[in-house]
Design a protein around this ligand. Structure first.
Ligand code: NAX
Length: 314
């Protein structure tokens, strides 16, 4: 029988955790034949709630879930983990400056990076979701210099999925007809969902949707503001769709990318497309099932060039 994969999830008592953990339990992350052990990490005050989540996971009697570690201790939480999904963070509240947030999360992700390096399994891979996810990922990565840089990711997949939806609706095609959507830069309101290189039924989007005014002035802001629109409508942030995007992101890393396509992920820049080496930035990424690479050679026009560079930290 397979050895279980150990998956750490931080912020496990939160809203995204409440969608994500139960899908991991059913085997959606690594398939129906792969046992998992969940390492649920949250802060001390959230431990009672985390206990409740643990009880519910237990009560699902998932055949693939071979164990649960629930803790506020980072050494225990990251011990032997093969994957670390860093979901928990402190998001900006009214009256909080960006630099306050950076100070708080700087401390959190410094400690988590160090604990991952010290405790995780040697092949550990890390996906940062908690915002500002690019910056948080960079901080954790820089505090875990022995964990190779190609194992660090931050999430732009929800933005990719949102972009695919908007393009499919506008073109009147099935969601599966939209491919090759790259979200460049930060996961934030300054992200650049690149429609020039995206395809609908294998044709350039601009051949199918012959309305660049809509693409530039409606599509881009709709994708950039989608998270805010969900908060307005629901009174709470995107949680189930974020959990879904986490699962999609991991699949895109551990499964070979279909020929000719790519997915959006933030990875450590190697200087591709003139983006500063060493920062964590959204790129089009392909995987062969074990290694990911930044897709090279896409044409970047003047409009795209302006969208490409990360400009803000959330
Ligand atoms: P919640 O506020 O529901 O849950 C956050 C959880 O994190 C809480 O249980 C809290 O106790 C825990 N936490 C706080 N500090 C922690 C620490 N130092 N160590 C471990 N746990 C800690 O937020 P939720 O809706 O689950 O969202 C979590 C994060 O995802 C937020 O930062 C949010 O901004 C971010 N998102 C990122 C997205 C992306 O596409 N990259 C999209 C969805 C979401 O907005």
């Amino acid at each position: 029988s397979n050895a279980p994969i150990r998956v750490a999830v931080t912020g496990a008592a939160g809203a995204i955790g409440y969608s994500l953990l139960f899908r991991i339990g059913t085997g959606e992350l690594f398939g129906p034949n792969q046992p998992v052990i969940l390492h649920l990490i949250d802060i001390e005050p959230a431990l009672p709630a985390l206990q409740g989540v643990t009880m519910e996971l237990d009560d699902c009697a998932y055949p693939l879930l071979k164990g649960i570690v629930a803790t506020a201790n980072l050494d225990e939480g990251f011990k032997g983990v093969n994957w670390a999904l860093l979901v928990g963070s402190v998001s900006r509240k009214a009256g909080m400056e960006r630099k306050d947030l950076l100070g708080i999360n700087g401390k959190i992700f410094t400690g988590q990076g160090q604990a991952i390096q010290k405790n995780a399994a040697s092949g550990v891979r890390i996906l940062v979701v908690g915002n500002p996810c690019n910056t948080n990922c960079l901080i954790a990565m820089n505090n875990a210099p022995e964990v190779p840089r190609e194992r660090w990711y931050a999430m732009t997949r929800l933005d990719e999925n949102r972009a695919r939806l908007q393009l499919s609706r506008k073109a009147g095609v099935d969601i599966t007809a939209v491919s090759n959507v790259a979200v460049w830069g930060n996961h934030s309101a300054t992200q650049y969902p690149d429609f020039y290189n995206a395809r609908i039924n294998s044709k350039p989007v601009t051949d199918v949707i012959q309305d660049e005014t809509w693409l530039k002035n409606e599509f881009i802001p709709t994708v950039q503001q989608r998270g805010t629109a969900v908060i307005k409508a629901r009174g709470a942030g995107s949680a189930a769709s974020a959990a879904n995007a986490i699962i999609d992101s991991v699949h895109s890393i551990v499964r070979p990318t279909p020929a000719g396509d790519w997915h959006s992920l933030c990875v450590c820049s190697d200087g591709s497309y003139g983006i500063e080496k060493g920062i964590i930035c959204g790129f089009p990424v392909r995987s062969n099932g074990s290694k990911t690479e930044i897709v090279q050679g896409l044409s970047i026009n003047e409009f795209s060039k302006r969208g490409l560079m990360p400009r803000s930290m959330s």
